[in-house]
Design a protein around this ligand. Structure first.
Ligand code: GLU
Length: 308
């Protein structure tokens, strides 16, 4: 790497400065529409202990679909390879909340990072546990990973999602009709909406994802979170499916496994190097953070961290 990490982050911030405030804040979940589109934060944690933060890196935002990486981790740990009998690992080419493919594919969602797939993953976590216990265990996992006991969900966002969650409810009922959701739909959605409504800062999120950059283990605590093989697979799914219908475009421009959420956050993993979180609420037409994606593209170019 040619320069110091903080110089690189400063350069990334300068490069995206003129774009900040562009894009459209998600408004299909009313509570998200209130967020200031001019926010921008970035945090990097490297496997060898360096950190760099800039902008609104300490401000909490709704992690939304970024939560799907952590529930995928927990479900893979819970049932291992059996998970892949209930959810695929192929990109979709259709919208994150689409129902059309599910009919042709007998209620087995294409991948765990679209809504249908994430709902199945949440159902796996729910099996044998109550809804409260399940959301508590997801939050406990994030608190451990981020080394921060303050992490929680935003009840207003959870309520807003519940009130407007008809498409997710449809997906869940449809899959239950195929036997691929086993719990009660109300319970599965109770957990799913709360996991999406978890709020974290870029600093917390980057720290939480570090095990994926470090072959499954936390370089700070030494804890093995998942095996090396499993970390590789989660990264593979992030690379191929993490950016909705624009996952190919993200791979092309950024070249890092990543997962975005409609709150404007993106978690990106530079294997063997670093975990990176960016946040900027304005989204592009496919629903990925516009400035966040640009910032990661610049970061990847400046660091040479692209996996390609
Ligand atoms: N809670 C959102 C939904 O289910 C998540 C969407 C996203 O971030 O992709 O619609």
């Amino acid at each position: 790497m040619p320069q110091d990490l903080s110089d690189i982050v400063a350069e990334v911030c300068r490069d995206v400065q003129n774009e900040i405030g562009t894009g459209r804040v998600a408004d299909y979940i009313p509570a998200l529409a209130k967020v200031d589109p001019r926010k921008f934060g970035i945090s990097i944690v490297t496997c060898d202990g360096k950190t760099a933060n800039a902008g609104d890196a300490d401000e909490l935002f709704s992690i939304q679909s970024v939560s799907k990486i952590f529930t995928l981790t927990l479900a893979a740990e819970k049932i291992g390879a059996a998970l892949w009998e209930r959810v695929g690992r192929e990109p979709t080419g259709s919208a994150f909340n689409s129902i059309v493919q599910l009919e042709h594919e007998s209620g087995i969602p294409r991948n765990p990072l679209i809504n249908a797939g994430a709902i199945v993953v949440t159902d796996v976590l729910l099996e044998g546990n109550g809804p409260q216990q399940t959301i508590d265990s997801i939050i406990a996992f994030l608190r451990r990973r981020a080394d921060d006991d303050t992490i929680q969900f935003d009840p207003e966002v959870a309520r807003s999602e519940t009130e407007t969650g008809d498409r997710n409810a449809s997906l869940a009922h449809f899959m239950r009709g195929f036997g691929n959701v086993k719990g009660q739909v109300a319970d599965v959605l109770h957990v799913y909406f709360r996991q999406c409504a978890i709020t974290m800062s870029c600093r917390q999120l980057a720290r939480a994802g570090l095990y994926l950059a470090h072959a499954g283990s936390d370089p700070v605590t030494g804890e093995e979170v998942v095996s090396e093989a499993r970390a590789r697979r989660i990264n593979a799914v992030m690379m191929t499916c993490g950016h909705y219908d624009a996952s190919g475009d993200f791979a092309f421009h950024v070249g890092l496994p990543g997962k975005s959420g409609v709150g404007g956050g993106i978690l990106a993993i530079a294997p063997r190097h670093a975990s990176i979180a960016v946040w900027s609420p304005g989204l592009n037409e496919v629903g990925n953070s516009l400035v966040g994606s640009l910032a990661l593209e610049r970061l990847s170019a400046l660091t040479g961290w692209s996996v390609f």
